[in-house]
Design a protein around this ligand. Structure first.
Ligand code: SF4
Length: 325
């Protein structure tokens, strides 16, 4: 049987770390009175105090966790400006380079784990807590966040809890966006997860399986036809804004046939836009930097063949923006 003395000792043992001296004395006093008078009012008083202290402790712990996880900008980065999404915070929600593809132009280098298994970093509550804190810190500096974008150094949909994360972040009053290579959209749970986002940006570099194998170097269990069909299915259900994103790589997906087939496929998706960019060839081993005129001609062809095509510029190549306007 637990005596009052034991209750006092147990309470001190568990809560002594965060109960201030003054409050500890108060509890001792209450316990002493409880023993001598057996007054139920004292029990209620002690319980109320312990409950209050536990709540404070939990909040302090949460803030501590957020501080740790937010540091270095590893999980949350930004803010940065996106022409379509506004002022954004970026979320790195999977382990670095965990991806179902191993694209030849990937800025993250070779994928360390070409996996289709779940490979997440943070649970939904910790992430939402970090984001809330970051948004509030930025608000104090006069910066207002429009959108939180899941855009990790890997494949965002590998995170099987991304749906819950999206819901919690939407609850903070901001829009959400997910950048995905779409390779797992045939999976029912992945589709359901992404349906809750406000914006989904799907990477589709080609609709030709051979070219896909060469550029995106997918996981062996993936199938391009299945992926393209699942993107169509997703597009028919999605109530947010769907955008496609294509990287053109010289010598792989830059001919008339490739662009024509992409255009026909994109026309079946009802997207708000189709973004195109050209890979910086100097980043690919054994490739020479491309003559800008080749990209100018390609830009013309893309604009003519694909309605809603947007050619994204880069700092080193203003001519893309000039040609697209
Ligand atoms: S899909 Fe993105 S993260 Fe994955 S390998 Fe390709 S470029 Fe890298």
């Amino acid at each position: 049987m637990i005596s009052s003395q034991n209750i006092t000792n147990t309470s001190k043992f568990h809560f002594g770390m965060f109960i201030a001296d003054e409050e500890e004395m108060l509890i001792e006093e209450l316990m002493k009175n409880l023993k001598t008078r057996g007054d139920p009012g004292f029990i209620a008083g002690v319980l109320r105090l312990i409950k209050k202290k536990l709540k404070n402790f939990s909040e302090k712990l949460q803030t501590g966790i957020s501080k740790d996880l937010c540091k270095d900008g590893k999980v949350i980065f930004g803010p940065f400006l996106s022409t379509r999404l506004g002022v954004c915070l970026g979320i790195n929600n999977v382990k670095s380079k965990a991806c179902t593809y191993n694209c030849i132009y990937c800025k993250s280098g070779n994928t360390s784990c070409c996996s289709i298994c779940c490979n997440t970093c943070l649970n939904a509550w910790n992430l939402a807590s970090c984001v809330r804190r970051k948004i509030s810190d930025l608000q104090k500096e006069g910066v207002s966040i429009d959108c939180v974008a899941f855009m990790p150094d890997g494949e965002a949909s590998l995170d099987s809890n991304i749906g819950q994360k999206i819901q919690l972040i939407k609850g903070l009053g901001v829009k959400t966006a997910v950048f995905t290579n779409a390779s797992l959209l045939w999976n029912y749970n992945v589709q359901q997860n992404l349906l809750s986002a406000d914006n989904v940006i799907v990477k589709i570099d080609t609709v030709n399986a051979e070219t896909w194998g060469k550029i995106n170097r997918p996981h062996l269990r993936l199938n391009l036809d299945l992926i393209l069909e699942s993107v169509r299915e997703f597009a028919s259900q999605f109530r947010g804004e769907l955008t496609t994103e294509t990287v053109i790589v010289d010598g792989y997906n830059d001919d008339f046939e490739e662009i024509k087939n992409l255009g026909e496929y994109f026309a079946s998706l009802n997207t708000v836009a189709s973004d195109f960019s050209f890979v910086d060839n100097s980043k690919i081993v054994g490739k020479k930097v491309t003559d800008p005129m080749i990209h100018l001609n390609l830009t013309d062809m893309i604009k003519r063949r694909i309605p809603g095509a947007v050619i994204l510029g880069c700092q080193q190549a203003n001519y893309y923006q000039a040609a697209a306007s």
